[in-house]
Design a protein around this ligand. Structure first.
Ligand SMILES: Cc1ncc(COP(=O)(O)O)c(C=O)c1O
Length: 356
């Protein structure tokens, strides 16, 4: 039988399989604990699950409005106002999305056209680059320092050109676990001054910050606020990554454009889950207690590593902890993690009862 050939040039031809897919497959194959992907191994709060069931029983099973149900949008805006002192209007400046991922994709699609540049800070969460490429944009990379994963703001400034349409930041940062300080935010604000560059701020881990540090939302910085789209994830925040519930907020002129993409790609997002999250957000402790909750887990994890040959700087936020393995081998990280070579097989054998 002949196969179909469309003679098209693939839009995303150079993208490798994501490391999350590779490591998750390997973890399943070897029956290993999968600590390579950002999702929790404990249950979603039963109260939240029950709220979804109640909403379904109450008949909220048909399409929600395009931007999300009003009471949910209101709850999101109130939360942001109380945490960061910024006012977004529920009517026109918030959209409920299919996870932070859809918020990011819709924002990039809304603003980035063929040949325009988008500054991405590397290492980066893996959905930014494909979204830029799919829209004909050009990713321009700024590398974080490989010792402490801090930004080189001089380097950042040097990458801004007349073609720069957007900058993407992510704090707390996946995968380094670092967070932007107020000084970083001022550097960013100064670097963007006088330009019409849009800032996309991925704040999926806003409620996972450790050691008494604070999350620096762009919503706190008036000049950044005006040019920014903030993307957030209820999946991450409420241990329900499989629900793919998120949102974005932005000043009205930006939000209008994002909604044009969202409306004709997704239209609207799970109605009963929106009802449930609206109720759940009425108790701020559900998200305010998370820093302490996750810090205990980070501390336990690091405690378990104390006697190993890994070295580390404790993560400042997120689910992630980077480890330095230079005392173990000089070869590359993927080979070490996948035990691909004979040396690694030997090493993995030695440490198969690693106890973490
Ligand atoms: C930095 C970052 N942004 C966004 C997402 C995606 O969030 P969601 O599952 O809500 O689409 C992730 C998921 O791992 C992430 O790490």
């Amino acid at each position: 039988m002949k196969s179909f050939t469309s003679n098209h040039t693939p839009k995303l031809h150079n993208l490798p399989t994501s490391i999350f897919t590779i490591m998750s497959r390997l973890a399943a194959k070897h029956n290993a604990i999968n600590i390579s992907q950002g999702f929790p191994d404990f249950d979603t709060d039963p109260i939240l699950v029950e709220l979804v069931a109640e909403a379904m029983r109450a008949g909220h099973n048909q399409y929600a409005p395009m931007a999300g149900i009003y009471s949910f949008r209101e709850a999101i805006c109130q939360k942001i106002d109380s945490l960061y002192g910024a006012t977004y209007h529920p009517e026109s400046e918030v959209t409920v999305t299919v996870g932070a991922t859809e918020a990011i994709y819709s924002s990039i699609s809304a603003f980035v056209s063929v040949g325009e540049e988008v500054i991405v800070i590397k290492p980066a969460y893996d959905c930014y680059e494909p979204a830029i490429l799919a829209n004909g944009g050009i990713p321009v990379f700024v590398q974080l320092n490989n010792i402490d994963f801090k930004m080189d703001w001089e380097d950042f400034r040097s990458k801004i050109t007349s073609k720069t349409r957007m900058v993407i930041i992510n704090t707390p940062h996946n995968p380094s676990g670092t967070i932007f300080s107020p000084e970083d935010m001022h550097q960013l604000q100064d670097a963007l001054k006088g330009t019409n560059i849009i800032l996309l701020s991925d704040e999926a881990y806003e409620h996972i910050v450790f050691d008494g540090l604070t999350h620096e939302s762009v919503a706190k910085y008036p000049e950044l606020f005006l040019r920014s789209v903030i993307c957030a994830s209820f999946g991450k925040t409420f241990h329900a990554t499989g629900w793919k519930m998120g949102y974005c907020v932005a000043p009205i002129e930006l939000m209008k454009e994002i909604q044009k993409i969202h409306e004709f790609n997704v239209f609207s997002v799970s109605h009963p889950m929106q009802r449930a999250l609206t109720e759940y957000l009425k108790t701020p402790d559900h998200y305010l207690a998370l820093n302490t909750f996750f810090q205990k887990k980070r501390d336990l994890f690091l405690d378990g590593l104390k006697t190993s040959r890994f070295t580390y700087t404790p993560s400042q936020g997120t689910y992630f902890q980077l480890l330095n393995y230079s005392k173990i081998t000089e070869e590359n990280d993927v080979a070490l993690a996948t035990c691909e070579t004979i040396n690694y097989r030997k090493w993995c054998g030695e440490y198969s009862n690693f106890g973490i």
